[in-house]
Write a protein that binds this ligand. Structure first.
Ligand code: FES
Ligand code: FES
Length: 153
């Protein structure tokens, strides 16, 4: 099928198998390897990207579903602040989970701002519950997420 979508602000048209995973389109067809594959079955969140502003597991999304959509990966704009907070807290080790954590943190931080909600640790834990890390433990990751949500642009 002809797939038309916006990726990180750029309009694209690709020929893809409709059931090809969005993760494979992004990583293999477009060489944007910041998005990681962990479990490949919707359990770990490593492959998180934004589709029309909503976080999805790109390993579960067929390419056909993003036709006409706006897709943002970790290479896109708007992650600088969250990335910096992760850096300052030392919240990465092997880095496989990190792009997904950052994508989810950004979405959560934006939701807190939109709703005028003061971000808290329990809230951060709930927001990142679907993102698994095998290396660092979650202390530094949660502190980084909280820093990112508290700072104002
Ligand atoms: S690789 Fe997609 S959720 Fe784990
Ligand atoms: S830093 Fe290795 S899985 Fe999280």
């Amino acid at each position: 099928m002809k797939l038309q979508f916006t990726l990180n602000g750029e309009r694209l048209e690709l020929d893809v198998e409709p059931l090809r995973r969005l993760l494979d389109v992004v990583r293999d067809d477009l060489a944007l390897t910041g998005t990681k594959e962990g479990c490949g079955e919707g359990e770990c969140g490593a492959c998180s990207v934004l589709v029309d502003g909503v976080v999805v597991n790109s390993c579960l999304v067929p390419a056909s579903q993003v036709d006409g959509c706006e897709v943002v990966t970790i290479e896109g704009a708007g992650f600088e602040r969250v990335r910096q907070c992760f850096l300052e807290q030392g919240a990465a080790q092997c880095g496989i989970c990190t792009p997904g954590m950052i994508v989810m943190t950004r979405a959560w931080a934006e939701r807190c701002r939109r709703e005028g909600r003061e971000p808290g640790l329990d809230d951060a834990r709930t927001a990142l519950a679907g993102n698994l890390c095998r290396c660092t433990g979650y202390g530094a990751i949660l502190r980084a997420a909280l820093d990112a949500a508290k700072e104002r642009p």
